[in-house]
Design a protein around this ligand. Structure first.
Ligand code: CTP
Ligand code: ZN
Length: 152
């Protein structure tokens, strides 16, 4: 099977739903990322039939993958160091998100004190509800995702 070769350091995003790797490439802003990236489309998979894979050669602190939890829970994030997989991360929704979405409540302290950090906390993981840390304004996960994707 075509496998493009192993990476030395970075991430292998495996079990991506076939056909979605290019949009994930953009969601992660990899087009603006000056690193070697391999997009593997329609790889054969026992579990999924077909799947996509993204390989990103970079330092593991160079890339924030929080957004992936919103896009597709089923992606496996393999962290590679010295040519070996050191961790297989299962994704979940981030418990807190910092400076990604802005609270829209005009009475929220963050609307007045512009320099405050925007913090949202996952208050209901089952229903995927986030709330502003300061005023508790509610944001559903799809809404957070839309905001995230708008920033592309
Ligand atoms: N990989 C890589 N570079 C490395 C190590 C692994 O590109 N240095 C890639 C492999 O080519 C593979 C993926 O990372 O596409 C996952 O590797 P591995 O865990 O060995 O494969 P599986 O056992 O099939 O993974 P899983 O059990 O998660 O399906
Ligand atoms: Zn608020």
């Amino acid at each position: 099977m075509l496998n493009v070769g192993k990476i030395t350091e970075g991430f292998v995003l495996d079990h991506i739903e076939a056909g979605t790797s290019l949009s994930i490439y953009h969601d992660l802003k990899l087009d603006q990322f000056d690193r070697t990236v391999a997009i593997i489309k329609n790889a054969r998979s026992n579990k999924m039939g077909k799947k996509d894979i993204l390989k990103i050669e970079c330092g593991i602190d160079e890339l924030n993958l929080d957004i992936l939890g919103f896009i597709d829970h089923n992606i496996t994030v393999n962290i590679v160091k010295d040519g070996e997989i050191v961790e297989k991360m299962r994704l979940e929704l981030p418990r807190e998100i910092h400076n990604i979405i802005k609270c829209k409540n005009p009475r929220c302290i963050t609307s007045i004190e512009q320099e405050l950090e925007q913090v949202f906390i996952l208050t209901d993981p089952e229903k995927e509800i986030y709330r502003c840390k300061y005023c508790e304004e509610k944001y559903s996960s799809p809404k957070v995702k839309r905001e995230l994707l708008k920033r592309r």
